[in-house]
Design a protein around this ligand. Sequence first.
Ligand code: FAD
Length: 350
Amino acid sequence: MAGLVAAARARELGAQVVVLEKGDRVGGSMLLSSGVVWRHCTLEAFRAECPGGDPELQARILEELDSGLDWLESLGAKVTERETGNERTVGRRFDPSLLTDALVGAGGEVRLQQPFEEADVLATGGFGVRLAREWGLLLRASPWSEGDGLAYGLARGADLTAGMDEFYGRNLPVAVPEELFVSAAQVYGAHALVLDDEGREFFAGEPSWSETDLVQATARLPAATAWYLVDGRALRRQVRARTVAEIVEVARAAGGDVRPAEELPFELPLSSKLVEPPLLAIRVRPAVTHTTGGLRIDEDARVLRPDRSAIPGLHAAGADAGGIFTGGYGSGLAAALVFGRRAAESAVGR
Ligand SMILES: Cc1cc2nc3c(=O)[nH]c(=O)nc-3n(C[C@H](O)[C@H](O)[C@H](O)COP(=O)(O)OP(=O)(O)OC[C@H]3O[C@@H](n4cnc5c(N)ncnc54)[C@H](O)[C@@H]3O)c2cc1C
């Protein structure tokens, strides 16, 4: 997202641009995404949800997202919904495939299977692949974001942000193919009794609406796996457009471990969440979508050194740029759009 946005904007400003893409297709994780490009309604809400993030970068997203969305539409990207369906956020849903086509059309030349060696704008999607491998987690993203942009920035003297051990992801039943990344996500932790492998509650309080905090807590368990226990009442609950029962069914169909809770190898704790039969247990494993920490940038997406001076000619955007959503969750597509555009403008001297 960030690389194609930067290319399209730089070309619009008269620059000659080449996008170097490591993968064998364009679009990165953007192509796999739900395509909802959104922001929090107010800066206060953004700050409350991502308290460790840089307030100036957050303010830039708040100020520039709406015009960025109009710009995407002006390039021919097709909006499928003008609401996010979430009262906490505003934004638009794009068809990811048509969004990719529109950006490629505007961005010009993309060379596939060509990892970059030199770059003005780093946009390699963070280091989620490496984090998933090192922590023994699943991957819910395109398979090429190993942290190459991060390594390049560090070699040029860049500073890192806080939150290098944070990520945005979902709990999945098993490793699933890309086309199930959205539908197989088990997003009903708020309605479930959540236990570790030995039957202990490990997550204090209610998960946030995005459940990013619950996913990260699961990832930090020694076995990095948890059980979601639901009863008949929870199975009827609605989460976005589906019932919990329907989401559990996707887990079962994908080969997940879904069993009567009585068959768990530990005694069930007494809980107000386990009242009405049937009681079901679903095993979940965290899957990384993208990392939250990364290279430190300023409001023009210039990569900064530890003394906060800018490294000449080096920009980063998308998940390569960290420190925006630290401590919480926000729209990775929105950050990629806003800072991809700013990176291009700064790189061509606007
Ligand atoms: C299933 C799913 C659903 C999602 N839904 C949403 C949503 O609705 N809303 C939202 O805001 N976010 C969503 N996201 C997250 C969103 O897709 C990411 O935040 C966004 O794509 C990040 O943009 P990026 O440019 O940093 O990375 P990407 O879009 O992944 O692009 C990075 C690109 O860099 C390439 N690359 C990696 N290394 C190199 C290298 N060395 N040289 C050259 N190229 C390299 C990669 O192959 C990739 O094409 C979703 C993600 C997934 C997987």
